[in-house]
Design a protein around this ligand. Structure first.
Ligand code: ADP
Ligand code: MG
Length: 330
């Protein structure tokens, strides 16, 4: 077939144009997918703080740094292990003027003591020491040792002076342990800092206690609750602007003569809580509430828990009991 010069030129121009468009199209495609990928990227970082492993995931590169700085600040106020912290000093001196923040957390803990009928009690420190959970040198104490330690337990022995943020213990030797509430408070503070920095999407996992800020690329954050009976997942939760806190007997415990002793103690008996609940997960808007409530429900057990849960109509609970089934409230 013979082409005229004009037709041949037109064909060549057409081919070049076609190639150029194809190249341009694939180039734009690459750029677009790279952009999409980078938009979908999660930055992750880990740190050990407040005696546990913290993991932060966010599309924002700055999120982890902000969270870790804020949690370290709270640890510096509330850790009983941190010489120089306000709680450490209070435990030494039995009377101390503390910062409004520390006062707030102790007051919240006191309110949980009232609401839980005494099950949640930050003065369990003497018992935590006696059972060896502080030093991780575990023992089953004698009745005599338990009786002596129990004399130092009871939040009725704490005086809170509202006007000047002074906390006072009625008898010397009392110590407080904010291990069941401080992490939740630290999560709330970290989330506040993220919001102040215009970060709207972040998942913070503080040793199993999780706060989900916003969503993950338009979808709720998903977390799993571990089964206490088998190596599988008991439930999957979708979280958005909420905290899930789990208290269980399978995280920190020791076994002596075939019996399991966990780190959550019943202030009434002085013994590790043994209410029949194996694990309870509380979902709440506030990390502090989720944290304290999960510990308190774990101690109270199936029969006594409702009176406490009723006081928090906005929370959800997932309970795994001794006979390993799951319950949801409400
Ligand atoms: P985790 O710290 O593993 O998330 P919890 O939030 O349930 O678990 O807190 C357990 C810690 O709380 C214990 O290690 C101890 O320091 C403290 N604690 C133990 N028993 C009580 C109690 N009855 N009331 C308040 N705090 C407690
Ligand atoms: Mg707790």
């Amino acid at each position: 077939m013979a082409f005229t010069v004009k037709t041949r030129r037109l064909l060549i121009v057409g081919l070049i144009l076609g190639w150029s468009l194809t190249l341009l199209y694939s180039f734009l495609g690459t750029v677009r997918s790279q952009h999409w990928r980078s938009r979908k990227k999660l930055y992750q970082d880990n740190r050990v703080l407040m005696g546990t492993f913290w993991q932060v995931s966010s599309p924002n590169r700055q999120a982890a740094k902000i969270v870790f700085a804020e949690v370290s600040r709270i640890e510096g106020l509330l850790s009983k292990y941190n010489p120089g912290s306000e709680v450490w000093q209070l435990n030494q001196r039995a009377k101390l003027q503390v910062s409004p923040e520390t006062f707030y957390v102790i007051q919240q803990a006191y309110n949980f003591w009232l609401k839980s009928g005494g099950a949640f009690d930050i003065t369990v420190a003497a018992l935590v020491d006696l059972w060896g959970f502080t030093q991780k040198v575990y023992q089953v104490p004698s009745d005599e040792e338990l009786r002596t330690a129990l004399k130092l337990v009871g939040s009725d022995k704490i005086i809170l002076h509202q006007k000047d943020n002074v906390v006072e213990f009625k008898i010397p030797g009392i110590q407080i342990d904010l291990g069941a509430i401080a992490k939740g408070y630290a999560l709330d503070c970290a989330v506040k800092k993220l919001k102040e920095n215009n970060i709207a999407s972040c998942l913070i996992n503080a040793g199993g206690q999780v706060y989900a800020l916003g969503d993950k690329f338009g979808q709720a954050w998903k977390i799993a609750i571990r089964s206490t009976s088998q190596a599988e997942i008991a439930a999957e939760l979708e979280l958005k602007d909420a905290c899930a806190s789990t208290s269980g007997n399978y995280e920190q415990f020791f076994v002596k003569e075939g019996k399991r002793y966990c780190h959550i103690l019943n202030p009434e008996t002085g013994y590790p809580a043994d209410s029949g609940i194996a694990s309870v997960t509380v979902v709440a808007k506030s990390g502090l509430i989720a944290d304290a409530l999960s510990t308190a429900i774990f101690i109270l057990g199936e029969e006594k828990k409702d009176q406490l849960i009723q006081q928090f109509p906005e929370v959800k609970c997932y309970i795994q009991s001794g006979n390993f089934y799951e319950k949801r409230y409400p």
